[in-house]
Design a protein around this ligand. Structure first.
Ligand code: UD1
Length: 422
C-alpha cells in the first residue's frame, strides 16, 4: 500500500488550482439516470470515488466515457439494463445511494443496498426513505437492500425533513423532478453542491426553485433532456489548501476559489489571524502575524462550519496559541485523526463529540495512519508544519477525495512524495 512522506519545510508560496467538487460530481453523475438523453459534465475531479460511481452507473447499463484526462464525463442512460445497486459497489462508497431517487423516478422501481456501517458514524438512510415515501414510494428493507416501488408513479407532496441531510435532499429533489405535480421540500439542505445539482437539473428541463434556501419547490415534468454542465469548485479541497499557508506561513493563491463557498470557514480563519482575500483568479491566503490564535469551532449544515473541514481545522489548532474547543455535531464518530495528531506531539482531549485542543509550539514528525478521507489530509497538513518526517499510510483514503495532492503541494514548495507500497 502506498504512503506519503512529508518533511516540514517552512513557508509555502505560489498557486494551487482547485478541482471540481467531488461531492457535487457524485450527485450530478446519478442525474444521468433521469433522462434518455446524454448528460456531459465538465470540470470533473480525477478521484477514485468518481471511478466507483462510474462503475456503479455502468453496472446499471449506463454508458460513461471519461474524456480529457478524466475532466469530462460523457454519460448516457439511454439503455439501462438494471435497477439494482449492488452491495459490492455501495459498500465502498455511501454516495452510491444517490441512484435511489433517480432510478425510482425513471422506472418506478429501484433496489439499492444499504451502505452499512461507515468509519465516521452510523449514517442511516431513514431520511431518504421518509422523503421518497412522502412522494408515494413503497419501500421495504429485505436482505440488506432497500426495495423501492412506485407502481402508479411518484406524486408531488409537501414534506418536511427532520434534519437537513445533504444526500436525502439530493435524492428527493431528483425523484421529484419526474413526479406528477408539485413537491415542496422543507428543511432542505442548502449546500453549494445542491445548488449545483439544481442548476444542472434545470438545464435538463426540470422546474425547480428555492435551491440554496431551506424550502425547495419542484414542479414535476414528463421527461428530462440532455445537458452539459460544469461542476462547481470543490469548497472542501479549497478550505483544505487554505490551511497550508495558515499552518506553514507564506502566501498561497487558490485558483478558482470563491469566498461565497467558504464564508463561515474564512471567518474562523480571520478570527484565528489568517487573512483571506478575493483576487481575480481565486482566494489569496496568508497569516496576518506570526502564530495563529485558538478559535472554537462547531460543525453545522451549510452555511455553518463544514464537518468536512473539522479534521483539517484541528490540525491548525494543534499549532495555535491557546486552547480551542471543536464540537462535531454532524457525525458522531469523527475524531479518529485526534490520536494520530497526538502521536505528532499535539495536545488533544476528546470527550464525546467535543475535542479540546491546546496548541503546542512545534509538532514533531511521526509515522501516522489515515483513517478516513478528511483525517488523512489533516495528517498531511500537520506533517507540513511539523519538524522532521511524517509518513502517512493508508493513502487510498486520500485518493478518494484529493487529486494530485503531491503535485499540488510540491507546486507551492512543500517537500512531499508518494512512496509506492510493496
Ligand atoms: C454529505 C457529503 C459528506 C459530508 C456530509 C455532511 C457527499 C457525497 N457527501 O454526506 O462529505 O460530510 O454531507 O456535510 O455529498 N443521516 C440520518 N439519516 C439519513 C441521512 C443522514 O440520520 O437518512 C445523518 C447522518 O448519519 C449524519 C448526518 O445525518 O449524521 C449528515 O448526513 P448527510 O447530510 O446525509 O450527509 P451525506 O449526504 O451522507
Amino acid at each position: 500500500m502506498d504512503s506519503i512522506l512529508v518533511t516540514g519545510n517552512g513557508p509555502l508560496n505560489g498557486q494551487i488550482p482547485i478541482a471540481g467538487a467531488k461531492n457535487a460530481c457524485l450527485t450530478l453523475m446519478p442525474a444521468t439516470l433521469l433522462s434518455e438523453e446524454p448528460l456531459t459534465l465538465t470540470n470533473a475531479p480525477r478521484l477514485s470515488d468518481i471511478i466507483t460511481m462510474t462503475a456503479l452507473l455502468r453496472s446499471l447499463g449506463a454508458e460513461v466515457s471519461s474524456l480529457q484526462d478524466g475532466q469530462v464525463l460523457a454519460m448516457s442512460s439511454h439503455d439501462l439494463t438494471s435497477h439494482t445497486a449492488d452491495y459490492e459497489i455501495v459498500r465502498k462508497m455511501r454516495a452510491s445511494n444517490l441512484v435511489l431517487g433517480p432510478l425510482l423516478a425513471r422506472f418506478g422501481e429501484a433496489v439499492v443496498s444499504l451502505p452499512g456501517g461507515c468509519a465516521i458514524g452510523a449514517r442511516p438512510m431513514d431520511l431518504h426513505v421518509e422523503g421518497l415515501e412522502a412522494l408515494g414510494a413503497e419501500i421495504e428493507l429485505k436482505d440488506g437492500y432497500l426495495h423501492a416501488k412506485a407502481p402508479g408513479g411518484l406524486k408531488g407532496a409537501v414534506h418536511e425533513m427532520r434534519f437537513a441531510s445533504v444526500g436525502a435532499t439530493e435524492n428527493i429533489v431528483m425523484a421529484a423532478t419526474l413526479a406528477k405535480g408539485t413537491t415542496v421540500l422543507k428543511n432542505a439542505a442548502r449546500e453549494p453542491e445542491i445548488v449545483d445539482l439544481v442548476g444542472c437539473l434545470r438545464k435538463m428541463g426540470a422546474q425547480i426553485s428555492g435551491e440554496g434556501n431551506s424550502t425547495i419547490e419542484i414542479q414535476g415534468v414528463d421527461r428530462l433532456h440532455g445537458a452539459t454542465h460544469q461542476v462547481v469548485t470543490d469548497r472542501i479541497e479549497l478550505g483544505t489548501y487554505m490551511l497550508a499557508p495558515a499552518m506553514c506561513g507564506g502566501e498561497v493563491e487558490l485558483l478558482g476559489g470563491r469566498m461565497s463557498l467558504v464564508e463561515s470557514f474564512a471567518a474562523k480563519l480571520d478570527a484565528a489571524g489568517v487573512s483571506v482575500t478575493e483576487t481575480k483568479k481565486g482566494l489569496k491566503v496568508s497569516r496576518k502575524n506570526g502564530r495563529v490564535s485558538a478559535v472554537d469551532v462547531v460543525t453545522e449544515p451549510f452555511p455553518g462550519f463544514p464537518t468536512d473541514l473539522q479534521a483539517q481545522m484541528m490540525a491548525l489548532m494543534c499549532t495555535a496559541e491557546g486552547t480551542s474547543v471543536l464540537e462535531e455535531r454532524i457525525f458522531e464518530n469523527r475524531f479518529m485523526h485526534a490520536p494520530e495528531l497526538v502521536r505528532m506531539g499535539a495536545n488533544i482531549e476528546v470527550h464525546g463529540g467535543t475535542a479540546t485542543v491546546t496548541g503546542v509550539d512545534q509538532l514533531k514528525g511521526a509515522p501516522v495512519m489515515a483513517t478516513d478521507l478528511r483525517a488523512s489530509v489533516s495528517l498531511i497538513l500537520a506533517g507540513l508544519a511539523a519538524e522532521g518526517e511524517t509518513t502517512v499510510s493508508r493513502v487510498y483514503h486520500l485518493d478518494r477525495g484529493y487529486e494530485h495532492v503531491v503535485r499540488k503541494l510540491e507546486g507551492v514548495g512543500a517537500k512531499i512524495e508518494r512512496i509506492k507500497g510493496q
